[in-house]
Design a protein around this ligand. Sequence first.
Ligand code: MN3
Length: 203
Amino acid sequence: MPHVLPSLPYPYEALEPHIDAQTMKLHHDLHHKAYVDGLNAAEEKLAAARKSNDFAAVKHLSRELAFHGSGHLLHCIFWNNMAPAGKGGGGEPAGTLLEQIQKDFGDFGAFKSHFGAASTAVEGSGWGLLVWQGPPGLGKLEILTSEKHQNLGQWGVAPLLVLDVWEHAYYLKYQNRRAEYVKAFWNIINWKDVEGRLKKARS
Ligand code: MN3
């Protein structure tokens, strides 16, 4: 089954003024679409390679699979991690998610500073991620970053909250001021979505 580009859960302009409509349109319709197409192409070529038992291109295709697969999956989370400010977006987490944040990071303020600093400091293109590290005995939240999509990862985690810090995610409005974009992100985080992902990962 080929992967399909999911529609945004809100209109392009819904996250204004924190993320502008033109960035959302380019980001979703062109960038995310390219990951979906690239993932489908990589899977198709790998299936053909298995069929013909010709793995001459496997190194390249493995990279394509990791790059486009990570790009597609992370954007699917990213769109749902956000909601219009004041209408499901912004504020502070509550319930299970807040309790786990307090347990693993001290308090919400400390978590916010750590996540913001880590995301701002990503070298080049990448992501800031809040993840659930799930193997038995480990069960805890971690803040990770990734260069591009596929580097510096940690196996076994379930991503809960992801922040796209590739330039295409903010350049039209914020140019080189990534820290301002990271700051604006707090106004549109959908904490209910993040908590739902934590509950699913822990169950
Ligand atoms: Mn992106």
